[in-house]
Each structure stands twice: as C-alpha cells, then as structure tokens.
Design a protein around this ligand. Structure first.
Ligand SMILES: [Zn+2]
Length: 149
C-alpha cells in the first residue's frame, strides 16, 4: 500500500513530495510562504507540493483549523508550522488507512473530515453543518465555527 501511494505520487510528481523527508518545515515554508493565493489552492498545486488532492486539502486545513480561503502569504509563522505538521499527519494516516481503496475513508482516524465531506455533512469536532463552496474551481468543505470560513 505504501509502495502504491509512493508510485502514485511519483507519477504525478512536479513539486517535492508532501511526505518527502527532505521537505522539512523550512523547505515547506520556502515553497509556500510567499504565494499570494488561497491556502487550499496552494496545497493542491502539484508544482509547489506534489501529492495533495482536493479531499485531503480540505481535511488538512480542517485539522489545522485554517480557513481554506485565507491567503497563504498572510498566515502567521505558527499557523504555517501547524499546517506543515498537520499535512504530514493527515497524509501518513491516509497511507496507513489504505488511501485509494474504496473503503479507506471509513478507516481514517476518528475526527477526519473525509467521511463528512458531502452535502449535509457535519463537523466531526463541533457538530456544525459544514459549509461547501467553490474555491479556485474546486469544491471546498470547511467548518464555519472551527475554521471561521
Ligand atoms: Zn467545527
């Protein structure tokens, strides 16, 4: 499973892999901190960091409690660090859960946004109805209460 995920990321590779050990916080910060676009689009930009799709960008931002619409260059250093650590945690959990298989969403750790990422879905943390909107042409889900979106 880990090999499959790595192959998939390798095929799509343009920017450094999100889980590449060489992508430490400093490298992440260098890659994203000055990009004047919304956080979700930057995370999903395969030329900046490879391997983060639409669903996972939502879960990462949710776990980091960051509004997907906020501009990456306007995040504080502590928010950027939280985003980096959360990115690692969510993608590692996805690999362990067998990302790519049909039922992996149900095996994600408790509190994952992924099973709720649907019309009428609720925040796994506070129970609010999730907000759904278009951002950079992609569908974004976020909790208006936890992420101030
Ligand atoms: Zn919430």
């Amino acid at each position: 499973m880990i090999k499959d995920a790595a192959d998939f990321i390798a095929q799509e590779k343009l920017g450094p892999d999100a889980l590449d050990p060489k992508l430490d916080f400093q490298a992440f910060k260098t890659a994203v901190a000055s990009v004047k676009r919304n956080a979700k689009s930057v995370l999903m930009d395969q030329q900046i960091i490879a391997g983060i799709g639409n669903n996972f960008s939502d879960d990462i931002l949710f776990q980091a409690r960051i509004n997907p619409s906020v501009r990456m260059d306007e995040l504080s250093a502590s928010a950027l660090e939280r985003l980096f650590l959360t990115m690692r945690k969510v993608l590692e959990a996805a690999i362990v859960s067998g990302a790519g298989s049909e039922e992996f969403v149900t095996r994600m750790p408790k509190g994952s946004l992924l099973p709720e990422r649907k019309k009428g879905g609720r925040c796994p943390r506070c129970g609010s109805l999730l907000k759904m909107f278009k951002l950079g042409g992609r569908t974004a889900y976020c909790c208006p209460n936890c992420q101030n979106c």
